[in-house]
Write a new protein. Structure first.
Length: 64
């Protein structure tokens, strides 16, 4: 059954991660042949310095 893997930068709150997971499950509601209990969601958190963006580490190239 579906396994959803999402790579995100670390630092999000538990509440933000919960909202993201709920939104993913809600997106699967449009597919009635996939029961919620069959879906697995993994959030993989990484530090910005481990991501390359625009030719450099995201910790230096991304301004929030």
């Amino acid at each position: 059954m579906p396994v959803v893997k999402i790579d995100i930068w670390e630092g999000r709150s538990i509440e933000e991660k919960e909202r993201l997971i709920k939104a993913i499950y809600k997106a699967f509601d449009a597919l009635p042949d996939i029961p919620k209990k069959a879906i697995t969601v993994f959030l993989n958190e990484s530090k910005k310095e481990n991501w390359g963006v625009n030719g450099g580490p995201a910790s230096k190239t991304i301004v929030e």
